[in-house]
Unconditional design. Sequence first.
Length: 150
Amino acid sequence: MIGLSCSSVNSDKIEINFWAMGAEGEQVQKLIPEFEKRNPGISVKVQMIPGQQPRKNFITAYASDNTPDACQLGNTWIPQFVSLDALEDLDSWLSNSNIKKENYFEGIWNTNLINNKSFGIPWYVDTRVMFYRTDVFQKAGFKKSTKNLE
């Protein structure tokens, strides 16, 4: 989340500008009607950020004082944006919400903490693994080892 100030459309309606990267923006669009139905005074405008250089887009937005109200952000970027003072400490918001740390896998929750303060809420987690050809590694002088697989 970068900044946390909602844009008011008029005195009766609050508009939240949300930035999402790539295909996630398309998926979020599907969630908006139900969210707005449950929250009648709020509308959400989703801006899809192209996947090539989203970090650059966020830095440019911050530098020009043109940040979204909420956004999808890579958790590895949190330290950089916290050091820029571009993210808001969410602890006071979280204490008044139904979002609880206990409902999340500890490892992913902790990627959003800096100095024990929350600067993000995990959205989803994926697993990445590396596959390699043992024959090519052996030719390069690396021996296959199973000691770390036990």
